[in-house]
Design a protein around this ligand. Structure first.
Ligand SMILES: NC(=O)c1ccc[n+]([C@@H]2O[C@H](COP(=O)([O-])OP(=O)(O)OC[C@H]3O[C@@H](n4cnc5c(N)ncnc54)[C@H](O)[C@@H]3O)[C@@H](O)[C@H]2O)c1
Ligand SMILES: [Zn+2]
Length: 365
């Protein structure tokens, strides 16, 4: 088993990563708290796969368990569904010392976490993420939220978990699309923070694609380590945490234009990172060689799709709506080498338009 401690003073917690660890959920939680009640939040896709294992482990450890299932999908990450889970918590007489646990991907984790942040002014929360994206990204860092009809994650909080329990075996039932979505974020970590991790991905690309056990556990561990180091330095996103947005302003624009249907989040981030890298290359922040290395890793992992031929003006307009735009100036994260990135808050519209054109013109070779 690999344990990773996230040091945030009295909000510190441990991420435990191990094949088969779901069967030890109860034991892990009872070591951390005298609580006796768990409200387990999941959805009808994940619960039939892993619910029994988690519940029997919780029962074995003496917990009283109630289940709240929310429908599957990003569109249900909203206040209405959060209120239903809150109703469940009230009906269950969930005490202030009780636990809300999230079993599922980032949607379940974000919603359950928000409920845990507000129920009785905040109760303990346990993340049991089951998608690659949630294991390497959304379950670490304490951001919880639901969407508002007019914007993603507009209703949220910072609420650090009591524990994060990651079972890499859950990835075997995950679709190819969702798996690759997580890989998009994994590449990002290497690119912004850790050249040796980037090289690890280059050297193990086929094992990564085949989801081979030890490689995946290592990949999750190293990704969580990078994310948690960044979160430790900047819990509330006032500085370095912004680097995690590499590729996201372009990526969110592509997701929005295609109504979140054409690409997984990771694919959109990959295309966005390629565009950001082209802009960085033009500014002289990275060499042609580094650019090729970035593009090549996306290609060998099979997560890069050709940048769609939308009018660059339309993409730019969608980027302006992103919440990273500050006082009208476009703020972009740009790579500055493998393992390094910078925040650029002086990016001109023309540079963005040129980067989009270049991304669209990249030959498939
Ligand atoms: N809080 C954060 O810091 C943070 C960071 C990144 C993303 N997010 C949020 O995360 C969400 C996306 O999360 P996601 O990519 O995990 O999507 P998701 O939660 O929608 O899961 C994707 C799909 O996979 C299914 N699934 C989950 N685990 C499975 C398994 N083991 N086997 C088979 N199917 C499984 C889900 O039911 C769903 O249909 C977004 O709402 C995003 O805003 C939050
Ligand atoms: Zn992302």
């Amino acid at each position: 088993m690999q344990n990773l401690r996230v040091e945030l003073g009295e909000r510190s917690y441990t991420i435990s990563i191990e094949a088969g660890i779901l069967g030890r959920t109860g034991e892990i939680i009872s070591d951390l708290t005298p609580a006796r009640q768990v409200l387990l939040v999941s959805n009808p896709t994940v619960f039939p796969l892993y619910g029994d294992k988690v519940i029997s482990s919780l029962h074995k450890a003496g917990f009283e368990v109630e289940v709240a299932l929310m429908p599957d999908g990003e569109v249900y990450k909203n206040m209405e569904e959060a209120l239903k889970v809150l109703d469940k918590a009230v009906d269950f007489n969930l005490e202030r010392t009780g636990i809300i646990a999230a079993l599922g991907g980032g949607v379940v984790g974000d919603l359950a976490g928000l409920v845990a942040a507000v129920y009785q002014r905040g109760i303990n929360f346990v993340q049991i993420p089951t998608t690659l994206l949630s294991q390497v990204d959304s379950s670490v860092g304490g951001k919880v939220a639901v969407n508002h009809p007019r914007g993603k994650n507009l209703i949220g909080a910072f609420h650090q978990p009591l524990a994060v329990i990651i079972d890499p075996l859950t990835l075997h039932t995950l679709s190819e699309r969702e798996y690759k979505s997580g890989l998009g974020e994994v590449v990002k970590y290497g690119l912004i923070y850790d050249e040796s991790f980037f090289a690890f991905l280059e050297n193990n690309a086929s094992a990564v694609k085949e989801r081979r056990g030890e490689i995946i556990a290592e990949l999750i561990y190293r990704s969580c380590r990078i994310k948690s180091m960044i979160v430790e330095k900047d819990e509330k996103e006032q500085g370095i945490r912004a680097l995690l947005n590499l590729g996201h302003t372009f990526g969110h624009a592509l997701e929005k234009i295609t109504d979140y249907k054409a690409y997984s989040h990771g694919e959109a981030v990959a295309m966005g990172t390629v565009a950001a890298s082209l802009l960085a290359r033009e500014r002289g922040y990275i060499t042609e060689e580094v650019f090729k290395r970035i593009l090549n890793l996306y290609r060998i992992l099979d997560i890069y799709k050709e940048f769609p031929p939308f009018d660059p003006e339309v993409v730019y307009a969608a980027m302006l709506n992103d919440k990273k735009v500050m006082y009208g100036k476009m703020r972009l994260i740009l790579p500055a080498g493998i393992g390094q990135a910078v925040i650029a808050d002086d990016v001109e519209k023309e540079e963005i338009i040129r980067a989009i054109r270049r991304a669209q013109n990249l030959a498939i070779d």
